[in-house]
Design a binder for this molecule. Structure first.
Ligand code: FE2
Ligand code: FE2
Ligand code: FE2
Length: 167
């Protein structure tokens, strides 16, 4: 792909990805407001944006096999853990932005777990077909991630067990 096209498609991928995320979040909000049709509208269009993002991403040649995709994921999570969130969190503290301190800490701690899980999964993929993996539980408040049973209390945000979603 020629450079200018690549940069445009890359920007389009970023834009569609953000649209997908925003609409999903707006959908949840509309659901909580008791507007199921607005929630469904946002959810459906979020899905269309995901398809646009997928098509752009495909054209960029970034979709590979599981082992390579896991390595890309490991690199991204590791960058967040070692550089991005430590730096951001320090700025949050310097500027006394309480909400940002909390949201970056929640993400930072969770990304450490993600990097570890992806690393384990990549090793498994390199020596077999699929990873051996138990249930995964995600805290819907802070994104804390555990393989296995959900804890009674989330170690990151102290939410109760019923706030964990199983995958
Ligand atoms: Fe779109
Ligand atoms: Fe992550
Ligand atoms: Fe949590």
């Amino acid at each position: 792909m020629r450079k200018m096209t690549e940069s445009n498609i890359s920007a389009a991928f970023a834009g569609e990805s953000q649209a997908h995320m925003k609409y999903s979040i707006y959908s949840d909000k509309a659901q909580r407001e008791g507007r199921p049709n607005i929630a469904r509208l946002f959810l459906a269009i979020a899905y269309a944006e995901r398809i646009h993002a997928t098509n752009h991403y495909k054209e960029l040649g970034h979709i590979k096999g599981a082992a390579d995709n896991l390595q890309t994921a490991i690199d991204g999570e590791t960058y967040e853990v070692e550089e991005m969130y430590p730096a951001f969190n320090n700025v949050d503290k310097l500027q006394e932005e309480k909400g940002a301190i909390r949201s970056t800490e929640w993400a930072w701690e969770s990304e450490k777990v993600h990097a570890g899980m992806y690393t384990k999964a990549k090793e498994a993929v390199l020596s077999g077909q699929d990873a051996a993996l138990g249930p995964i539980h995600i805290c819907e408040i802070c994104g804390w991630t555990v393989e296995g049973e959900a804890p009674d209390i989330c170690p990151l945000c102290k939410a109760k067990r019923d706030h964990f979603r199983k995958f």
